[in-house]
Design a protein around this ligand. Structure first.
Ligand code: ASP
Length: 346
């Protein structure tokens, strides 16, 4: 392992706290110019790696990220794929797990690392976590063994841990350890050495080529149930014009109230061709429809299991599948299998 002279990494700089400073007029954090940002990172000149940066102009807070940004990141990677050994995407933490999930679906047969990272404190601040996150992400993006990338996946690196992107959720708005992957082990840990856990890393099938798919359909919604949710609320969500799919956030192992109106509304929606996928509100564990009486109705209403997927993975998988595959049967089939390690089917 190690970095040779020919190694090249493309930094795609979208924005986020890593790139922000305080606005003197109101004290709010907002992205600064890309040129100023480079002043804070003299280390980048001495890595021995050929680094090129493509900044978004202007840099953005990740709360403003939407599907066209995913498309832009995917297209930049596609255009530069042959020229670089790996890609690092600097991105705000707020929606990083959505973007990493979306890219994991859009970049089919990926054989090079795409490592998302960012920071909880701006790069110009004394205690910022930015440099460590960025420099380690670059090292991971270049790590090879026998000429092959060690982690050819879309990942999130934060603090000291490398996660599979589509298994990750932002868990903390305060600590440097901002992310977790509740249902899948880390892919690497960074201490004095970076330790890779190869048996958990996904490798593309031999002989496959990168295929980038960028069509997204945003006609989906999340229906999070709670004790006391009303018929009017559920009815309104299930009748959103042009709605094609719902992530149903249920209780425990995928349970929901057994009221007749609730069942009838869900059944009517699936009969109208709306896809409904069951996702537990718990962070850890899986949907197991049929385990309790309170989920048997959901099976009868034609609802599919999201098993142990994150909400971020389900939202982006649905948008991607509905955008790319016109046949409802194709979409249903792909939803029921793990496409790139995003869920464990039980
Ligand atoms: N609001 C910021 C963003 O997501 C937070 C961060 O980067 O940590 O862009």
């Amino acid at each position: 392992m190690g970095v040779d002279k020919e190694t090249a990494v493309l930094l795609i700089f979208t924005g986020g706290t890593i790139s922000m400073s305080e606005d003197p007029t109101n004290g709010a954090l907002r992205p600064i110019d890309f040129d100023r940002l480079q002043e804070f990172l003299p280390e980048l000149k001495n890595t021995g790696i050929r680094l090129k940066t493509i900044p978004f102009l202007p840099l953005i807070d990740s709360s403003d990220v939407h599907p066209p940004v995913w498309e832009e990141i995917a297209t930049i990677i596609q255009k530069n794929y042959d020229e670089y050994d790996g890609f690092v995407v600097l991105h705000g933490t707020d929606t990083m797990a959505y973007s990493a999930s979306a890219l994991s679906f859009m970049l089919e047969n990926l054989s090079k690392p795409v490592i998302f990272t960012g920071a909880q404190l701006p790069i110009g601040m004394m205690r910022s976590d930015a440099k460590e996150n960025l420099l380690t992400a670059i090292e991971i993006a270049t790590a090879k063994e026998n000429g092959q990338a060690i982690v050819p996946e879309v990942c999130i690196f934060f603090e000291d841990t490398l996660f599979r992107g589509n298994r990750t959720t932002k868990k903390n708005a305060e600590h440097f350890s901002a992310f977790n992957s509740y249902n899948y082990p880390p892919l690497a840990k960074a201490g004095v050495h970076i330790k890779y856990f190869r048996s958990y890393i996904h490798y593309p099938a031999a002989g496959t080529k990168l295929r980038v798919r960028t069509h997204i359909d945003q006609n989906i919604a999340i229906l999070k149930i709670f004790p006391g949710i009303t018929e009017q609320t559920v009815n309104a969500i299930l009748h959103i014009p042009d709605l094609k799919a719902i992530v149903l956030e249920s209780f425990g192992t995928g349970n929901a109230p057994r009221r007749a109106w609730f069942y009838n509304l869900l059944k009517d929606a699936t009969e109208r061709g709306i896809l409904i996928v069951n996702k537990t509100q718990c962070s850890t564990g899986s949907v197991e429809m049929g385990r309790y009486e309170t989920s048997i109705n959901l099976v009868n209403a034609g609802i599919m299991s999201g098993y142990d997927s994150t909400t971020e993975a389900l939202v982006t998988k649905l948008m991607y599948l509905l955008g790319e595959f016109p046949s409802l049967d194709d979409v249903k089939h792909k939803l029921s299998v793990s496409m790139c390690g995003e869920m464990t089917v039980i």
